[in-house]
Design a protein around this ligand. Structure first.
Ligand code: 3H9
Length: 690
């Protein structure tokens, strides 16, 4: 045993406790400790049954992800789980908090499983580009059936104890983790034979006889895989339960797991996992803590304000939703109720939970309602004067110490803060639309923002389930500033020879959910048009479309054609004609462009801008930029975000291509940034920046 694992005796029951904070990851020392404890408990004649549980806030939350990529340390997962399963005395896993991944697999290797209410059980490996590698693909379907097993392994989503009990994943719900588990162990201590998940076959038998039924169940998951290798691999491993012996299938699962673990996709997803957590840390001076947020106020009940209010209500935080008129407020509340009703009818939300959330949102048409809020977020019209006036009013009405946030996408947060006498409390919280679904929040630190105000915004964003990233003030902050380069380049590609569907197709093949032109059509071309006009900028094709009244989906025409009531983009011959004629008028000879070149032309300038953003300190770490692009702009997570992706290609290659692009387009912004140049020269990647 080790310091992390103890074995004590409670009468005839041996209790093994793992204490490996913060999440009891099953690291090598923890594995060694459990193996030694199991051996000792087996040898101890006074022990008739064994309880395996954890101290702290959770059961084992999985393998220690930071061990992946390093030389494996014995004992392995299969060795420890094998020893538990082979133990001649019953072993009971007693779970609380989260039983995840390798943690749940340890429990699956035990003869019995019990859990306290509130425990969440999942095999989330798929979210890291992996499959369960310690028997999960074999033992789980045997216990819960193929359909539920597939759903859990392919979604990675947790199920609550009640459901776990109903599907046969756990044997009992206990009230007290320690005494309840010991009592359960005492009750089953003499029962024989010991139930072993690996020996069960009743729930998989129908599919052994009918493999086509398995393929039919698996098919929808394959369709949704979108470039990620793990779903097909998981299905392959689970199929082993039907076609191979248990031991052969375990060996096959392990081979598949190791190949995925060592592959680029899982590395990228693990990078994002740790980058998200690093991004959510704010350095605070000693003794300074984040402020408490017990109530929020959102100003503006439009799509964005309403969505943000829902995020707070969903997390159980009461929120005042403030509008200028009763009509606007009613519209906003209706939209919220409709949104929640949709969730109820889809079965993703219980009616009582909807009622609870709706009740947490209190409407108001009087700005005085901000007085009780610890955090105020304004989501009103994107106009500096409007926002400055509003912040001057907030300064008058908000309670001392309240954090005052603007949801601006572009505006200067310093200028907004100056409208108040408390700039230390002002910052940006840039949510993305739809706010209920998009995880990114750019937390904008203005010149005078106090560290504890910043920490408050970051903490609250985490509480409402978002991925916060601290950024500095500049036009468009990090995400939109980089996006601007992609937008310019996408239009340039049209003039040089591509069509909207070529550009979009290249990016969706790369792994984006949508290409830039389909996104523009969805968002509405008029918004960007208005902004370009305000800044004296022009985009030949997009501007012309707007002049023709083609604003995208909402008008049935944009870069694509939309049939009545349809959101499916269809190539539009008139847009093609417009592109060809515009290119001719500008003297540009159009020629076909390969998909690979389209991807490079779209992404490399953005990566270059990302390097400038790091140089300027607008983002602190390359991983912060990756988190922003994965959670706010649909960058495929399994490619790790733009900066991680750049490292996989090598900065030398990107540097040389940028020089070519700069020469070809005459666009000075494509010249490699100092940071990129410096790293490329020494053969390093952005990861070297920390
Ligand atoms: C696996 O199990 C493979 C097996 O099938 C086969 C093996 C052969 N490892 O998220 P938090 C750290 S794959 C290492 O802020 P929360 C995290 O980095 C794994 N470290 O807390 C952070 O560190 P820091 C399957 C981990 O309360 C700290 O713990 N399991 C791990 O919001 C707190 O984390 C998963 O995918 C880990 N496994 O959420 C579960 N987990 O403070 C991944 C966390 O230095 N983990 N850390 O930044 C989670 O989903 C959440 O962390 C959890 C807690 C829900 C547990």
């Amino acid at each position: 045993m080790t310091d992390l694992v103890t074995l004590r005796r409670d009468g005839n029951i041996g209790v093994i406790v793992i204490d490996n904070p913060p999440v009891n990851a099953f690291s090598a020392p923890a594995r060694a400790g459990v193996l030694a404890a199991i051996v000792r408990a087996c040898d101890d004649a006074a022990i008739e049954a064994i309880v395996l549980r954890c101290a702290g806030r959770t059961f084992i939350a999985g393998a220690d992800i930071s061990e992946f990529g390093k030389p494996p340390q014995p004992p392995s997962f299969p060795e420890v789980i094998g020893a538990i399963e082979a133990c001649a005395k019953p072993v009971v896993a007693a779970m609380h908090g989260n039983a995840l991944g390798g943690g749940l697999e340890v429990a699956l290797g035990c003869h019995y499983r019990v859990a306290i209410p509130g425990t969440r059980l999942a095999l989330p490996e798929i979210k890291l580009g992996l499959i369960p590698g310690a028997g999960g693909t074999q033992r789980l379907p045997r216990l819960v059936g193929i359909e539920k097993g597939l759903a859990m392994i392919l979604s990675g989503d947790p199920i609550p104890v009640e459901e776990a009990r109903a599907v046969g994943l756990i044997d009992a719900v206990i009230d007290d983790l320690d005494a309840g588990a010991v009592k359960f162990a005492r009750e089953i201590a003499q029962k024989r034979p010991l139930p072993r998940a690996g020996a069960k076959s009743d729930k998989i038998a129908p599919f052994v006889a009918d493999p086509a039924a398995f393929d039919a169940l698996a098919k929808p998951y394959l369709r949704r895989a979108r470039g990620l290798n793990a779903p097909a691999a998981a299905i392959d491993a689970i199929r082993g339960a039907l076609t191979l012996s248990f031991d052969e299938a375990l060996a096959r699962e392990r081979t598949i797991f190791v190949a995925l673990r060592d592959g680029e996709q899982s590395k990228a997803l693990r990078h994002i996992f740790f980058a998200e957590r690093a991004a959510a840390k704010v350095d605070l001076p000693a003794g300074v803590k984040a402020r408490k947020v017990e109530r929020a106020a959102i100003i503006g009940a439009g799509t964005m304000g309403g969505g943000i209010a829902m995020c707070f209500a969903s997390a159980g935080i009461p929120v005042s939703l403030i509008e200028v008129s009763a009509e606007a407020l009613a519209r906003g509340r209706d939209a919220i109720a409709k949104n929640y009703r949709g969730m109820v009818s889809r079965g993703s939300l219980a009616q009582e939970e909807m009622d609870r959330r709706v009740a947490l949102i209190e409407g108001a048409t009087d700005m005085d309602a901000v007085a009780s809020a610890d955090l105020v977020i304004e989501a009103v019209f994107e106009d500096m004067e409007v926002k400055r006036k509003l912040f001057a009013e907030l300064d008058r009405l908000a309670k001392p110490g309240a954090v005052l946030a603007t949801n601006t996408s572009y505006l200067d947060v310093n200028a907004i803060a100056q409208a108040t006498a408390r700039p230390q409390d002002v910052l940006g919280m840039h949510f993305f639309s739809p706010a209920t679904l998009m995880r990114l929040v750019e937390v904008v630190r203005a010149e005078k923002t106090a560290p504890d105000a910043l920490a408050t915004a970051v903490a609250v964003a985490r509480t409402i389930g978002k991925a916060p990233v601290v950024v500095g003030v500049c036009h468009g902050f990090v995400g939109n500033r980089m996006l601007r380069l992609r937008t310019v380049e996408a239009e340039r590609l049209l003039l040089e020879g591509a069509l909207p569907q070529d550009v979009d197709g290249a990016l969706t093949d790369f792994g984006f959910a949508m290409g830039p032109f389909a996104v523009s059509d969805l968002a509405g071309l008029d918004i960007a048009w208005r902004m370009r006009k305000a800044q004296g900028q022009r985009a030949e094709i997009a501007d012309r479309l707007c002049e023709m009244g083609c604003f995208g989906q909402k008008t049935g025409r944009g870069f694509y054609l939309y049939e009545a009531g349809s959101r499916t983009p269809k190539p539009d011959p008139e847009v093609e004609q417009l592109i060809v004629e515009t290119a001719a008028r500008l003297g540009i000879a159009r020629a076909p462009i390969a998909a690979s070149e389209i991807v490079e032309r779209l992404l490399f300038p953005m990566i270059n801008e990302g390097a400038r953003i790091l140089e300027e300190g607008i983002a602190k770490r390359p991983g912060d930029i990756d988190v922003i692009w994965v959670n706010g702009y649909g960058f495929p997570a399994w490619r790790g975000g733009p900066m991680h992706y750049a490292d996989t290609l090598g900065l030398g290659y990107i540097h040389d291509r940028l020089i070519t692009f700069a020469a070809k387009t005459g666009d000075k912004r494509h010249r490699p940034s100092v940071q990129l140049e410096r790293l490329a020269a020494v053969g390093k990647g952005f990861a070297a920046l920390g």
